[in-house]
Design a binder for this molecule. Structure first.
Ligand SMILES: [Mn+2]
Length: 248
């Protein structure tokens, strides 16, 4: 007896092609060097090369460790262990360029969203201006606000660094983005800041706090904040929800 052969249609409807979101948070370039993350970067580029409808790169803040060049300070003036900021900016540019160029080659649309962090609010604004000028084919959202939201198909995603608007971000999102909220099938808030991974469903709004691939710095080592998973992430969505999360 032979089994009846099932017939498959092998063509992939372009409308079924997934979207990819790459959250980049708390890289703290200056503490992080390219040698620390090159394996993760290769793995991320391999994921991007699978090809997507839209790729969104979310710059969630604290890309750079210091808001100043010749001293190492947070936005509010807290003095930090000294890092080489010109080298940090150069490496952050190389890292960003690798991701954005590969995304442009492997997606129909590339969007880059951004908010500043408590270490880099001013300098990251200028960094985003560089991204916007450098990659003219990408849709780059440069802003000086503390949160921004966008629709990816029918998924509403808000990004905020995580140091402010902590109390009830879902309610604030519904209030500030009533129209998008009404269109969306699912809603998520993406943040970083605390350097550890946490996912929580808050009455239907999924709050995703991402960790960071950066090595522990002296302050974290002193306090014993050394146990987090140190990952990067890539999230695959269909039109209305998250389908796959890559832990890199
Ligand atoms: Mn932070």
């Amino acid at each position: 007896m032979t089994l009846n052969r099932l017939k498959f249609k092998h063509s992939l409807d372009s409308s079924r092609k997934r979207n990819l979101v790459i959250p980049i948070t708390d890289n703290h370039w200056g503490i992080t060097h390219l040698s620390d993350v090159q394996d993760k970067l290769s793995e991320l580029l391999d994921i991007i090369k699978q090809g997507y409808g839209t790729i969104v790169i979310e710059m969630i803040g604290d890309m750079l460790h210091s808001d100043k060049i010749n001293s190492t300070e947070t936005v509010s003036g807290t003095i930090l262990e000294d890092v080489d900021m010109p080298k940090a900016i150069d490496e952050a540019m190389q890292f960003t360029e690798a991701i954005v160029v590969t995304a442009l080659e492997n997606a129909n649309t590339v969007m880059i969203k951004s908010v500043g962090g408590n270490h880099d609010f001013d300098i990251s604004y200028m960094f985003m201006i560089w991204i916007k000028e450098r990659f003219k084919q990408a849709q780059v959202d440069v802003n000086n606000r503390y949160r921004t939201a966008y629709l990816l198909g029918h998924v509403l995603i808000s990004i905020q660094h995580g140091n402010v608007n902590k109390k009830n971000p879902a309610q604030i999102l519904a209030n500030e983005c009533r129209h998008l909220w009404g269109i969306a099938t699912t809603t998520e808030i993406h943040s970083g800041h605390l350097h550890f991974d946490k996912t929580e469903d808050q009455n239907g709004v999924v709050f995703r706090q991402f960790s960071t691939p950066k090595p522990s710095d002296d302050w974290e080592t002193m306090n014993g904040f050394v146990g987090s998973n140190k990952l990067m992430y890539a999230l695959e969505y269909n039109d209305d929800r998250l389908k796959v999360e890559h832990f890199i």
